[in-house]
Design a protein around this ligand. Structure first.
Ligand code: NAP
Length: 275
């Protein structure tokens, strides 16, 4: 029941109409009996929206595309990880002081560690955008060795330099000695679900293969990897774990992870039916 004590949370992005954060967080709030509500705001001007967080006393927000970098200049503080990554996807409002965090990094690492250790492993990241940056930082902090593969060489080389990693063209996957392969590009996402970011022949059954894309849940990359016997990590695990971190930061309560995952999977199932 909403009342005058209800605490407001939100996601700020553009577009946001397909975001699964509202269903995940509202389910979690209701599950733990927290008097809060989570809303999606389509935001063009992130500076004005951040003023609104303070003015309205919004307790916590998720930041999504295209504002993860541009939001930083409007915040009061950054935690160490967000500062090193240079991107924020989580903000908490502590009595008018706004602090930025990066839960994409934490969520991805938690999802990978469920399936494999990272220390001393050869990790190949496909892509060089915001997700690659956040995950790359997490891999380095866990003691993994990274090779970046990217369509645009200049961008891939820049990220590789930033992480102290190597850069290779995507066609060189076989030469990297890859043990953990992570797709951070949107390749394979609906509606183009029949494509994958690497050649099927370049996959090896010894690899652990992760895809950050979660719609569809099983991308072509994950299907092909499973078919040859690879262990896989899907994008929903990362999404739910990054959301669980946000929930615990904002509410101080333990996140009901299984309930959150179920809510996201149900929402994805309904999405599939609509198509
Ligand atoms: P971004 O900053 O725009 O970067 C996208 C990267 O993908 C770039 O390196 C780009 O290569 C590459 N790319 C795009 N289209 C490509 C194509 N057709 N072929 C080859 N490479 C292509 O995006 P982002 O913020 O990193 O997000 C990437 C994906 O991660 C999105 O699908 C997003 O939804 C997903 N994501 C998932 C989670 C989760 O919790 N599961 C969290 C964050 C993000 P160029 O450099 O050549 O342009």
């Amino acid at each position: 029941m909403l009342n005058s004590d209800t605490v407001l949370f939100a996601v700020l992005g553009n577009p946001v109409s397909h975001s699964l954060s509202p269903v995940m967080h509202n389910t979690a709030l209701s599950e733990v009996g927290y008097n809060g509500v989570y809303h999606a705001f389509k935001v063009k001007d992130i500076g004005e929206a951040v003023s609104g967080i303070k003015a309205l006393g919004i307790r916590g927000v998720s930041i999504t595309i295209p504002h993860k970098i541009s939001v930083i200049e409007f915040l009061d503080e950054l935690d160490d990880t967000a500062e090193k990554i240079g991107a924020v996807n989580t903000v908490i409002n502590r009595h008018g002081v706004l602090t930025g965090y990066n839960s994409d990094c934490l969520g991805a690492i938690k999802a990978i560690l469920e399936k494999t250790a990272i220390k001393d492993k050869n990790v190949v990241i496909i892509g060089a955008g915001g997700a690659a940056r956040a995950i790359g930082f997490g891999i380095i902090s866990q003691g993994g060795r990274i090779t970046i593969l990217n369509r645009t060489a200049a961008k891939g080389e820049r990220l590789a330099r930033h992480l102290g990693a190597e850069f290779q063209p995507i066609s060189n996957l076989k030469k990297t000695g890859c043990q953990i392969l992570i797709n951070t590009t949107p390749v394979g996402m609906i509606p183009d679900t029949n494509v994958m970011p690497v050649q099927r022949e370049d996959l090896d059954k010894t690899m652990v293969v992760m895809d950050v894309v979660y719609n569809p849940l099983k991308t072509r990359l994950l299907r092909e990897a499973e078919n040859i016997g690879c262990r896989t990590v899907n994008g929903v695990s990362m999404f739910v774990y990054q959301g669980a971190f946000q929930f615990e930061l904002w509410t101080g309560k333990r996140a009901p992870v299984e309930v959150m995952k179920k809510a996201v999977l149900n929402a994805l199932g309904k999405g599939d039916e609509r198509r």
